[in-house]
Design a protein around this ligand. Structure first.
Ligand SMILES: [Zn+2]
Length: 200
């Protein structure tokens, strides 16, 4: 009898694990955004570090970090390389955190997604919450603030699907790698305007 009970518990555990795996990312499913996750229906996206090409990107989305899955891409670049708005949208939140350092949360115009930029050295001049952004605008500069190693500056870039309640910190991360490699556009440093983002 005890053996039967133990076998039953084992099955329940396996079923629970399988159900949990299939349930991610739940906000994307709820919002009907499966197409966004897998690519296709969204327009071009600017690779958010100047001069970085598709071949320079590494898929470290599922890497283990202390106590959690990474859930973002780390894009390595020299300190003070311009960080660019990936999509048209607006600044939802400027936030300083212990882990992310100097960060930006951008939403698309429909507030379906959050684009998160972390470990910035500093913001672009004139950046304020609510500011309208155009794809490719300079919004900050690569750095190592927060918990990034000082000798390996990089942009921590995440794309999350917002819940219906739209809290900027509650997004459900999707992997930016297939999105950026599928339709990412490189903007070179030399092609950047000399004035700061939105100064016109
Ligand atoms: Zn990271």
């Amino acid at each position: 009898m005890r053996k039967l009970i133990l076998a039953g518990l084992g099955c329940a555990c396996i079923l629970t694990l399988a159900w949990t795996a299939a349930d991610v990312p739940k906000n994307a499913e709820r919002a009907g955004l499966a197409g966004v996750v897998t690519g296709g229906e969204v327009a071009d996206i600017t690779i958010p570090v100047a001069g970085i090409r598709v071949v320079d990107l590494k898929d470290n989305f599922a890497d283990a970090r202390t106590g959690h899955m990474h859930g973002a891409l780390d894009i390595m670049a020299p300190r003070n390389t311009p960080v660019l708005a990936a999509v048209d949208g607006k600044i939802r939140k400027l936030f300083i955190s212990k882990a992310g350092g100097i960060t930006i949360y951008e939403t698309d115009p429909d507030e379906r997604m959050i684009y998160y930029y972390a470990h910035l050295d500093h913001y672009a001049p004139g950046l304020i919450e609510g500011k309208v952004l155009h794809r490719g605008d300079v919004i900050g500069y690569v750095g190592s603030t927060g918990n990034a190693p000082a000798n390996s500056p990089h942009l921590h870039f995440a794309i999350s699907v917002l819940p219906p309640t739209k809290e900027w910190w509650k997004g459900d991360p999707i992997n930016p790698y297939p999105i950026l490699t599928g339709r990412g556009v490189t903007k070179s440093s030399s092609a950047l305007p000399l004035h700061p983002a939105g100064a016109d």
